[in-house]
Design a protein around this ligand. Sequence first.
Ligand code: UDP
Length: 338
Amino acid sequence: MSETILVTGGAGYIGSHTVRMLASQGRKIVVLDNLVYGHELAIIDPQVELVVGEVGDAELVRELFKKHSFDAVVHFAAYTYVGESVTDPLKYYQNNTAAPIVLLQVMQEFGCKSFVFSSTCATYGVPEVVPITEANPQNPINPYGRSKLMVEWILQDCGHAWGLRYACLRYFNASGCSPDGRIGEDHNPETHLIPRVMMAVTGEIEKVEVFGTDYDTPDGTCIRDYIHVEDLADAHGRALDHLMKGGNPVKCNLGTGVGVSVKEIIAAVEEVTGKTVPVTFGPRRPGDPGMLVADPTHAKEVLGWVAQRKDIRDMVRSAWAWMTSERQGRYPENTRGR
Ligand code: UDP
């Protein structure tokens, strides 16, 4: 395979796992990342070129296209804190919606017509039916979800207007890390459930707070579909293959189809670590739907993709390997509030 791919946000969590996988498949990868939330050290393949800069910097992006004649773009670069998107919506619309327009303009200019987009189940808002198929209405309930949905619409319009081929990959809850523990989830601040439960085990935080125990679910806590980051990476490789072969635009969910509650996550962490998790029970977090679980059938139909890891303990075990090894030494700048 001799394709040259631009990966924006390739130094972030899902991006870095995908870059590692795509590079291992023989693709030439150039990463464009502003390193606001990404980590230079998360790009471990020496063949991968890292360019530090903004997706919305037309001159820079144009220079990169001139130099590399990219065959396709995989676009991860985005802000992802839902709460922040509510208090600072323009930051999200600027970075998540306006910046990719610049990227698409340069793609159009250079005749690059394949685009893989990190979309999200947050574009569905509170689903009418669970498990969620792609036919569910997309009514996002926060600016983050809207900032992503707008890009889906833009891609559709570019598809009609100038033949852009795109894959909108709607992730459910990304989790886990590479089985060798070399790269993993590394947000700062960390708001996600699995790392926070582990931080309560390691003592980085005193307790993990369970947001709401009165949901209409069997144990009263929220249910999510946790998808292993390496399964997500695999889906990107397949989406690229599909588009490079001239395949039609794709919009699909990436999840396992298995729902896991907050209490079940805590139990899985206790099982894997052999430690008791200090827990406190609090009120619901505003904007949290009770249950988000994918119907991943469509991804199988169009990309031949099926999540290989469906047992939550696989996600937890790999996340724990990362939490207790490389992460501490590799990213010393990440103090995680200690
Ligand atoms: N959650 C929790 N305590 C935390 C963080 C998350 O109870 O400290 C819950 C949250 O309400 C949601 C689930 O865990 O139901 C997953 O949250 P996360 O932030 O990891 O992902 P999200 O589903 O919001 O994208």
